[in-house]
Design a protein around this ligand. Structure first.
Ligand code: PGA
Length: 243
């Protein structure tokens, strides 16, 4: 695993956008794996800026998102589909038919089948992952085992807590989600795991501190993947060093 320590969030976001653009420059119909949350917002901003500057073209690009809450549909401001429309899809020339999202209001079994069939067609070319404070990737929460396929998952208490900042009341945070499993994630040809700020330092420190792979720290499965770049900022890295 390669570690990039960026000066700050903006520089880290720029570096991640550059990694994505390099893949798209090589393969115009690249299959991108995308995440939501505060972590990738900055990289989407860079991608949109570069699209406006004519530096990147999404007309042939295909995407798949990591996860979605069960309940809200794409028009709901807290759904991940809405987030993607707002931060990236509405700002670039991607074709609607090339976007794969879980319909949170749809029948979960159908959504799962749709996802696994798409992931069975080809591996993701480049995947951006955020990380939970508990080490989750996608909504693969700490557990006794890894789940390979796309599946319904119950959000961990700390995830509900962390995500409540996007909702008026913590009770409004959906408790279930559909997430890509570890097969879809680990089969990606390139993986970028991004973590900024001191809150994520504990999880990254655990990831880097030994060579163990355990479902209790879901991100540790990335040690089995060939091409992983971890992008952190100095604030996070200083916490790791000082602990
Ligand atoms: P964040 O979430 O980017 O909003 O911090 C990351 C995650 O929980 O996977």
């Amino acid at each position: 695993m390669k570690l990039i320590i960026a000066e700050n969030y903006n520089e880290g976001s720029r570096k991640i956008a550059d990694l994505f653009e390099a893949v798209i420059a090589e393969k115009k119909d690249a299959f991108l794996g995308l995440a939501t949350g505060s972590t990738p917002e900055g990289m989407y901003k860079c991608l949109a800026e570069d699209f406006n500057a004519g530096k990147v073209d999404f007309s042939e690009v295909h995407t798949i998102n990591l996860d979605e809450y069960l309940g809200p549909d794409r028009s709901h401001p807290q759904s991940f589909g809405y987030f993607m429309d707002k931060h990236l899809f509405s700002k670039v020339n991607i074709k609607q038919e090339n976007i794969m999202l879980v319909d949170g209001a749809g029948k979960a079994e159908d959504e799962i089948k749709k996802y696994d069939s798409r992931l069975g067609e080809e591996p993701i070319d480049i995947l951006i992952l955020g990380i939970g404070e508990n080490g989750h990737i996608g909504f693969n929460e700490p557990a006794d085992f890894f789940v390979a396929g796309t599946h319904i998952t119950e959000l961990a208490e700390e995830t509900i807590q962390a995500n409540s900042r996007f909702f008026e009341n913590i009770e409004d945070v959906p408790q279930k989600a559909v997430t890509m499993g570890m097969a879809g994630i680990t089969n990606a040809k390139k993986i970028v795991l991004a973590a900024f700020g001191k809150k994520k330092a504990g999880a990254i420190k655990k990831l880097l501190s030994d060579d163990k792979v355990s479902p209790k720290l879901p991100c540790s499965i990335l040690k089995l993947c060939r091409d992983v770049t971890i992008v952190v900022d100095k604030e996070l890295y200083r916490c790791i060093e000082n602990e």
